[in-house]
Every structure is written in structure tokens, then in C-alpha cells.
Design a protein around this ligand. Structure first.
Ligand code: ADP
Ligand code: MG
Length: 468
């Protein structure tokens, strides 16, 4: 490479580095770097102080070398020097350019390019979606902390934060972020990555028990480099698999292998989860993802439209962002419905078409406007009971069952808290609501036909609520 190319190469490295480390860390250590020279496969960079040199050497050297390798495919070494006074000014202008918002697009594109290049080299991971990557993940205030931690972990698995737990409500991007970590490590290293939903982990465990193959189960899980387990709230009240998880956990942690988990609530709110397992989580980092705010919803819609190569008028973005607020899955689904429809009809997307076509999407999402009253009324009717049966104290089998289903639906369809739902069901405690939800989740697991029942009631509630 000619000298100038090396300088460009270094600037590209900085862009990647900033993406990985986040603005704050990056600007702390790299805002005043200066490309100095190259000799053979060796680049020399200037930093403002010996302190900077030490820090970069001890904490970021490996990351930088691995970025070098990603970009160039070659082993390139890095030398650090302290910048002389008169060179400092020039260094500043580069960093300012990098920190300016205009470059954000560039950063995103570069990250996407790296991911694309890598994808060609390596087969997609069999257990994860290959589009769940960082380049398709919109970072906003709601998920900034979780995203930055996830990026740091991707670069330094087993070292940065271990174990790492991402928690938050349904459809907020936990699985996507977790798989972005998995995909990044899978695509950029030789490390073994296992991704399992908690249910898959449980089934494999039961399988191993049933077929006397615990040894190979243990070998598989306790010697992987990275273990990702999604939705661990599923392990509640399942002591056998909890025990196995605990041992897997310890073996991997001892060996400095990366563990990542997701959960739909803070770990401390998991009931019937052994204390010793919970305390293990305290060793690492637990971060939540919040529901997206309006600006973040707009940003996600715009990014989705870009990925699909369609242009969406601003008022349509506003319309969707205004009507779907608590769940990114629903947000994207609405936009995709619209895109599919307009493509099929050969039309371009307008506000009018959006209003017409998305009516159902707007009604069908978790909806704060949906009242518990309607949930109770329609559920009662479905089972041939009255609302007072569900709110009252009767404990006959059929009433208890209907009551539990109604509570479950209330929790899934509305934004009401368990405490509020308990109130609406005749002043019951939130633990009763929680118990009911758990019961229904268990029943759903054993009896798939219950899902149809619940879907039917859901639909009736939506129809009823749309009318009244
Ligand atoms: P969770 O696991 O929390 O229920 P998912 O990870 O399945 O949520 O996300 C639901 C949908 O929303 C997925 O299609 C995912 O790609 C999308 N999504 C979530 N967060 C983001 C984000 N920040 N940027 C882009 N898409 C997102
Ligand atoms: Mg998920």
C-alpha cells in the first residue's frame, strides 16, 4: 500500500473502532491520534501522551490489530509514539471529522460492509438469523447502554462483561441484539457459538437425560466459547434444568468463556429461581432495553425502509410511530405489511393507503387504549360466564380457568401492570395475576390447542373494542 492509502486505512480503522467502543470511550483515547508513517507491515500512530500510549497498548491493541486484519486481510502491526506539540493541531481535525454526525452514515455502511465481507467467507450460523446484526440494529437512547456493552463483548468475548444479561419487555430487540453478538463473533473469529432459546436448551437437556447422553450434552455446552440463551424466564420453577444451567454457567465462567442471556424482566423478579443462580448474574452486567421513544421509532422505520429499498413519506412514518408505541416487532410488521401491499399493487406508499391499510395493525398491537373491562367482558362471554364471575371469589374449575386465561390475555394485550390487572379482577394481589399467567404459560406448553382459544378471544376483544 502507498503511504496515503495507509492513512486512509488508519482512518477507516478509527471509524470501526469508534463504532465498537462507543463515542465516549473512543473520544477519550483516540480523539487526538495522528497517522505518522508506515514501514513494511507496520503502522506508526501518534498519541498525545505516554499515558495514552500505555492505555491503548494495554486495552485496545488487540482490537485494533483485529480490525486491521478484518479490513486488509493481513497481519499488520501497530507502533505507538507520543506526538510532538506542533503535530497535535493536525491530529485534532481528523478526530473532529470522525465525531461529526455526517460520518454516522459512513460508520454504519462500513460496519455493514465488514459484516457482508465476512459473511461471504463463512457460512451463516445455523441457529441464528443472519440478518440479526449490528448494522441492522438502530441504536437510540432506549438501548444505548445495552448496545455498547454488546459491541464491547463482541470484540472481547469472555473479557468485557461476563455474564451479560439483557432484559426488557416483549419485542424490544433482546433477541436481535443477542444474536448480533453471536453473529459478530461467529463471523469474525473461530470461536464456537451456541445459541439456544431456553426451551431448546431444556429439550436438549431432557433428551440427553432420556437417552443417557448427558456426557456429550455436558461436553457440548461446557466447552463452547460463547453460550447465548434466550428468554431464561422460561426456566422458572424448573429445578432440574436450573441445576444443569448452574453447572454450565460455572464451567464457562471459570474458563472465561462468554455467557449472554436475555430475560423478560429483571433477574431479581424471577420467582422460584435459586438464589445461587441469581447471584451468579451479579458477577457480570445486567442492562435493560426500554421501549423506543417516538424518535427511535421513526429511526427504526426509516432504517427498515432503507433496508427494503423503498421510500416512505415522512407523514407515513409519523402515522405508524404515533400508533404503535410499545413494541418494535409490531412497528416493523406494520411497515412490512404496507411495503408488501404496495409492491404487490404496484403503487407507491401514501398516507391514505397507509391509513386504510394499517387499521388492523393499529388495533392489533398491545394497546394502552384497550380497557381491562373489555378484556374481562369478552373473555367471560366466550366461556359463557359473566364479568362478575371472573371478578368474584368463586373457585369452581371452569371459572378459575377462565379467570386465569383472562388475566393472561390482559397482561399480553394491554400495557396494564400486574398490580392494575389484579385490581380490575376484584382487587386481587399482583402475585395472583403472576401465578395465573404462569399457569397459562404451562398449559400452553402442554396443550397447543389452548393457543387457538386465546387467539380467538384476542380477536373478539379487538373487534369488540373497535366497535365500542
Ligand atoms: P425481543 O427478543 O425483545 O422480544 P426481538 O429481538 O425479537 O425482540 O425484536 C423484535 C423485532 O424488532 C425484530 O424484527 C427485530 O429485528 C426488531 N428490532 C428490535 N429492536 C430493533 C432496533 N433497535 N433496530 C432495528 N430493529 C429492531
Ligand atoms: Mg426474544
Amino acid at each position: 500500500m502507498a503511504d496515503l492509502e495507509y492513512e486512509g486505512f488508519w482512518n477507516e480503522t478509527l471509524i470501526q473502532l469508534k463504532n465498537i467502543l462507543g463515542e465516549e470511550v473512543f473520544s477519550g483515547w483516540f480523539s487526538e491520534t495522528k497517522y505518522l508513517r508506515e514501514s513494511g507491515k507496520n503502522i506508526t500512530i501518534g498519541l498525545p501522551s505516554a499515558f495514552h500510549c500505555d492505555k491503548v497498548k494495554s486495552c485496545y491493541l488487540n482490537t485494533i490489530i483485529s480490525i486491521f486484519k478484518q479490513i486488509s486481510g493481513e497481519e499488520i502491526a501497530l507502533e505507538l509514539e507520543i506526538i510532538k506539540e506542533d503535530e497535535k493541531k493536525a491530529a485534532h481535525s481528523i478526530s473532529e471529522a470522525l465525531l461529526s454526525p455526517v460520518k454516522n452514515e459512513l460508520i454504519k455502511n462500513t460496519a455493514a460492509n465488514v459484516e457482508k465481507k465476512q459473511k461471504n467467507k463463512k457460512e451463516a450460523h445455523s441457529q441464528m438469523r443472519d440478518d440479526y446484526t449490528f448494522s441492522r440494529y438502530v441504536i437510540g437512547e432506549n438501548n444505548k447502554f445495552a448496545s455498547n456493552a454488546a459491541i464491547a463483548i463482541s470484540e472481547n468475548p469472555g473479557k468485557a462483561y461476563n455474564p451479560f444479561l439483557i432484559y426488557g419487555g416483549v419485542g424490544l430487540g433482546k433477541t436481535h441484539l443477542m444474536q448480533a453478538v453471536g453473529n459478530y463473533i461467529h463471523n469474525n473469529s473461530d470461536k464456537d457459538v451456541i445459541y439456544n432459546t431456553s426451551e431448546e436448551f431444556l429439550n436438549k437437556y431432557l433428551d440427553a437425560l432420556g437417552t443417557n447422553t448427558m456426557k456429550s450434552f455436558k461436553n457440548k455446552y461446557r466447552y463452547t466459547d460463547v453460550l447465548l440463551i434466550d428468554d431464561i424466564q422460561f426456566f422458572t420453577d424448573k429445578p432440574g434444568v436450573q441445576e444443569e444451567l448452574f453447572h454450565t454457567f460455572n464451567a464457562l465462567l471459570d474458563a472465561k468463556k462468554q455467557l449472554v442471556f436475555t430475560c423478560d424482566r429483571p433477574i431479581t423478579e424471577l420467582k422460584k429461581f435459586p438464589e445461587r443462580l441469581i447471584s451468579r448474574f451479579g458477577l457480570g452486567l445486567m442492562v435493560d432495553i426500554q421501549p423506543p421513544r417516538y424518535e427511535e421509532r421513526c429511526a427504526i422505520l426509516k432504517a427498515t425502509a432503507e433496508d427494503e429499498n423503498v421510500s416512505i413519506p415522512k407523514e407515513v412514518i409519523d402515522l405508524i410511530s404515533n400508533n404503535i408505541s410499545s413494541n418494535i416487532r409490531d412497528l416493523k410488521a406494520a411497515l412490512n405489511t404496507l411495503i408488501a401491499y404496495t409492491k404487490l399493487m404496484g403503487k407507491s406508499i401514501t398516507l391514505e393507503i397507509a391509513q386504510q391499510h394499517l387499521k388492523n395493525n393499529f388495533n392489533s398491537t398491545r394497546n394502552a387504549n384497550l380497557s381491562m373491562d373489555n378484556v374481562i367482558r369478552v373473555s367471560a362471554e366466550y366461556f359463557g360466564l359473566t364479568p362478575n364471575d371472573l371478578k368474584g371469589k368463586k373457585r369452581s374449575q371452569n371459572i378459575v380457568n377462565a379467570r386465569q386465561i383472562a388475566m393472561y390475555i390482559g397482561r399480553k394485550m394491554t400495557d396494564y401492570s400486574m398490580t392494575e390487572i389484579g385490581q380490575d379482577f376484584g382487587g386481587r394481589d399482583h402475585t395472583t395475576v403472576m401465578h395465573s399467567i404462569k399457569k397459562i404459560e404451562e398449559k400452553l406448553y402442554n396443550d397447543p390447542s389452548l393457543e387457538t382459544t386465546i387467539n380467538n378471544i384476542n380477536r373478539s376483544i379487538k373487534e369488540f373494542s373497535a366497535k365500542y
